[in-house]
Design a binder for this molecule. Structure first.
Ligand code: PHE
Length: 475
């Protein structure tokens, strides 16, 4: 009986994986279409999106990823729950909207990589622009560690979680050096592979088909989670704010998380924006990115915290939160293995599209600056990121006790990138867009009031706010 069930699961999974391969990864490898040679004002080698929706889909693919499903619940758990969610949503609908559109518009206007765009504003500013590709090397160095864990958890869900204690399994697995390093490098390799070959078709497919599927599975898991005993405690934790938890550090973390989930502050949207050919409705794209990313984050919170409280786990237990909680939920629901497997495969796809969008930033810089092929740029990036990501992977095991500024290498990379570099890059792009490149609300809005809000927000409010929060949060 038990065997029969397993064979049934394996058959379904094989079918699923085969279809994924056939439909998706085969088509990922097509290159972005090249710019028409008749457009003399632009470098005619520069790639552009082929269809009206390609850009928006790629931007959603970049935004929705591990940041929403893995990072959001655990950072929320470490920063007081509901009050963090409130700050996160407030930042997204007020502050983040402006830099998000500015990044896209700077890319669209300059048609350059980050360094080139800053250089166009003023030659000396190119050094500030370099902070974007540097950030886009640091972020994958910890992000891909989780990508590696997902590869392993996909396999694990394939063979079943039945007899393992998820906490023990997680800690044993993350401490095993060979398997974790190998899977992180595999994840890096897969991203580089698709990056080198071009990203367009696959990203479209993943976003059209995989993201709605991922949302459906998330909803199933939310329903399963909120039906567990004492689940209401988890819902209270995420929806009933405790204002005594407000602090500069919490606000900076919420802002960093908001930038992280929207893919703002690393040049990804700037680089993707530089591939926009004709006029697109940027405002609509921005709304869609914001809506999908926020929905995924809130669903992830509703999936994790009721289960955390029901199973008596610690909400602030850190990066392993999702990996410890979810297997427990999978064990409770009918056909948990299939749901688990589908969930991790879809999460893997979401992580890949985000991973590719990160690597696109240094890749575009290398291609534009050094005039090398995407393949060569990919090889260079593989070597650099591998060097940083290996110690980050080992910081859950062999290098667990090696700490700098009281943080493991993994935590230090995450903290530096999310809480320092993303807000800093965002500040720079707003200043450069607003003051040097003359990005104006007139480019995107018709309504006079919105135009003024955008113009004042971009040049004064957002930069002052970012500098202020930065000073408070880092103290
Ligand atoms: N937004 C992605 C996520 O939430 C991460 C990301 C950050 C991607 C910055 C590109 C740029 O997983």
């Amino acid at each position: 009986m038990f065997r029969g069930k397993n064979i049934f699961h394996i058959a379904i999974l094989t079918y699923l994986i085969f279809n994924l391969y056939k439909l998706n990864f085969c088509s990922i490898i097509r290159q972005v279409k090249y710019q028409s040679k008749t457009d003399k004002s632009l470098d005619n080698k520069r790639p552009t999106w082929t269809s009206r929706y390609s850009f928006i889909l790629a931007a959603i693919g970049s935004a929705v990823g591990l940041g929403n499903i893995w990072r959001f619940p655990y950072v929320m758990g470490q920063n007081g729950g509901a009050v963090f969610l409130l700050a996160y949503v407030l930042f997204i609908v007020t502050i983040c909207f402006i830099p998000l559109m500015t990044e896209i518009l700077v890319g669209k206007k300059t048609k350059k990589d980050c360094v080139g765009a800053f250089e166009l504003a003023k030659p000396e500013l190119k050094y500030l622009g370099m902070l974007n590709p540097i950030t886009a090397i640091i972020v994958p160095s910890f992000y891909f560690v989780i990508g590696g864990w997902i590869i392993n958890y996909t396999y694990k869900s394939f063979i079943g979680f039945q007899n393992d204690n998820p906490i023990q399994y997680f800690s044993a697995f993350t401490q095993a050096p060979v398997i974790t390093v190998a899977s992180t490098l595999l994840f890096l390799f897969i991203c580089i592979f698709f990056l080198a070959r071009g990203v367009k078709k696959g990203i479209e497919f993943i976003n059209n088909v995989m993201m709605p599927l991922l949302a459906i599975i998330l909803v199933i898991l939310v329903i399963a989670s909120i039906n567990l005993p004492n689940a209401y405690l988890g819902l209270e934790y995420i929806f009933k704010p405790d204002f005594s938890k407000v602090s500069g550090h919490m606000l900076l973390s919420a802002l960093g998380q908001a930038f992280f989930t929207l893919s703002v502050g690393m040049g990804s949207l700037l680089t993707y924006g530089s591939y926009i050919k004709s006029d697109k409705n940027i405002v609509k794209s921005a709304y869609t990115i914001i809506f999908s990313s926020t929905t995924f984050s809130i669903l992830a919170g509703m999936m994790i915290f009721p289960a955390v409280f029901s199973f008596g786990l610690e909400p602030d237990s850190g990066a392993g939160l999702v990996f410890v909680t979810l297997p427990k939920v999978f064990m409770q629901i009918p056909h948990g293995n299939i749901v688990a497997c589908a969930f991790f495969i879809l999460l893997f796809c979401a992580a890949i599209t985000s991973g590719i969008s990160m690597l696109e930033v240094p890749c575009a810089t290398l291609v534009d600056r050094l005039k090398i092929s995407r393949l060569k740029a990919g090889v260079i990036l593989f070597c650099i990121i591998a060097l940083i990501t290996i110690p980050a992977t080992l910081s859950f095991g062999l290098l667990k006790d090696f700490k700098l500024f009281d943080k493991t290498i993994f935590d230090l990379l995450d903290f530096t990138a999310s809480n320092i570099l993303l807000p800093l890059n965002t500040l720079f792009v707003c200043l450069i867009g607003g003051w040097f490149l003359k990005i104006r609300g007139e480019l995107i809005f018709k309504n006079k009031f919105l135009i003024s809000v955008f113009n004042i927000g971009l040049r004064y409010v957002v930069p002052i706010f970012l500098i202020g929060l930065f000073i408070i949060g880092l103290r």
